[in-house]
Design a protein around this ligand. Structure first.
Ligand SMILES: [Zn+2]
Length: 143
């Protein structure tokens, strides 16, 4: 997937799809075999603990790289943003350095806030009418 495709895909998601990605993204199991990439003279691969310090990193199996879930889903003015946002990051040799830089970016902080606001809206929609109606229907169904 090119950067442009990733960008337009992220933009075309509906709220439920976005929420599913945010809360249920693929997570490599304990037995998952990270594919090696030859970099800087030897084979390197993603660390099993890639998101221990950075819980917002998600691993893409098909692209063998990591994305920032908040920026991938919520970054504004994203056309010039690349690794972690529109394309996977897989330069494992510079992983720590580049992740730290990403974490300091203003657009990253904005995306984290946008993501939290979105998550609140999705988990607390109690004041919206359709939700109230569904709740009443569920109650009736249980009786
Ligand atoms: Zn980010």
């Amino acid at each position: 997937m090119s950067s442009m495709e990733a960008s337009s895909t992220a933009m075309s998601l509906n709220d439920q799809q976005r929420y599913n990605l945010l809360t249920n993204h693929f997570s490599p199991s304990q037995n998952y075999k990270f594919k090696p990439v030859f970099q800087n003279g030897c084979n390197r691969r993603c660390s099993r603990n890639f998101n221990t310090a950075y819980p917002w990193l998600v691993f893409s199996d098909c692209q063998n790289g990591v994305f920032c879930i908040h920026c991938a889903l919520f970054a504004k003015n994203r056309s010039k943003l690349n690794q972690f946002v529109n394309s996977p990051f897989n330069n494992w040799y510079k992983f720590k350095e580049k992740v730290e830089i990403h974490a300091q970016r203003p657009y990253h902080r904005e995306s984290v806030l946008a993501s939290q606001a979105f998550n609140d809206k999705m988990t607390n929609p109690s004041s919206t009418l359709p939700h109230i109606i569904n709740r009443e229907l569920e109650t009736e169904g249980n009786n």
